[in-house]
Ligand binder design. Structure first.
Ligand SMILES: Nc1ncnc2c1ncn2[C@@H]1O[C@H](COP(=O)(O)OP(=O)(O)O)[C@@H](O)[C@H]1O
Ligand SMILES: [Mg+2]
Length: 275
């Protein structure tokens, strides 16, 4: 079984009930971005959402973070209805969004400063995270002096420095080259295993989802709805070499088959309508 069960779980549960999104309901042609989604995430669970581009993954995440109002349904984080931006959360996006004129450490401390969190304690924790990601020497460098992978790890540290109960990541590894991506993926798993925040991880990489998740939510193309909810029973940590194992491949295959059935993967055979 898993080797991380007795660790502290710092995460909190998230419940999503009948949540849908229509953009511009007042317009003549409103756009349905998300069909009703119902999903219950346990405290400390690592949940990935996979689906074609445009199926509503980011929309869902923004609603859970309280940054976008859903059209129907309710969302609760740790039992509290979300109706304003959730604070006990760390967010990382594909674009690292570091400020050029602040060093890596200053970037990491940015939100802590804004939130007025105890600076000394935050700095200690930031240093620990820099060390864990082998980035000590990057601490006092400016974003321009760092590689893409380093910048993305700095951004990861920033999202984790206040030890959030929930970590939301929207394709955080998307802009990295393949090798760096593998490295950051392993780093992310290690970081998660230490504190076990609840993670909502959005990706279009099926391998990444299988490599990282306790559960994978598969979404249909736009307007998105949940078509499968898969429990990944692979031991942790999951080394990259696990990708060659048949049980890993079986999960990947199951998801690919959904995409094939939904026309996401075999659409290449057809010419676009307006070509
Ligand atoms: N503010 C908005 N107004 C209108 N349409 C939007 C808005 N945000 C997203 N959409 C549309 O909703 C759909 C889902 O978007 P998004 O959640 O970003 O998809 P994904 O993250 O899965 O690629 C897309 O078709 C997108 O163009
Ligand atoms: Mg998106």
């Amino acid at each position: 079984m898993t080797t991380y069960e007795d660790h502290t779980i710092s995460g909190v549960p998230i419940t999503i009930e009948g949540v849908s999104k229509i953009f511009g309901p007042e317009l003549e042609r409103p756009f349905k971005a998300l069909k009703e989604v119902t999903l219950s995430i346990k405290a400390g669970e690592f949940v990935s959402v996979v689906g074609a581009s445009g199926c509503g993954k980011s929309t869902l995440m923004l609603m859970v973070a309280g940054l976008l109002q859903q059209t129907t349904g309710t969302i609760a984080v740790n039992g509290h209805l979300v109706n304003k931006p959730v604070t006990d959360v760390g967010i990382a996006f594909q674009d690292h969004l570091l400020l050029d004129f602040r060093t890596a450490m200053q970037n990491v401390m940015l939100h802590s400063d804004i939130r007025g969190l105890p600076r000394k304690q935050m700095e200690e924790r930031a240093k620990e995270l820099f060390a864990q990601l082998r980035l000590e020497r990057a601490m006092d460098k400016y974003p321009k002096q760092l590689s893409g992978g380093m910048r993305q790890r700095v951004s990861l540290i920033r999202s984790l420095v206040h030890d959030p109960a929930v970590l939301m990541m929207d394709e955080p590894l998307g802009a990295l080259d393949a090798l760096t991506r593998l490295q950051v993926r392993m780093d992310l798993e290690a970081l998660w295993m230490r504190r076990r925040p609840t993670v909502l991880f959005i990706t279009h990489s099926v391998e990444e989802a299988v490599g990282l998740s306790d559960r994978i939510i598969v979404m249909s193309p736009s307007p998105g709805e949940v078509v499968d909810d898969i429990r990944v029973e692979l031991e942790r940590p999951r080394p990259i070499t696990l990708g060659d194992a048949p049980e890993f491949g079986a999960y990947v295959d199951r998801i690919h088959r959904h995409f094939e059935r939904l026309g996401v993967l075999h659409g290449l055979g057809k010419l676009p309508q307006n070509a």
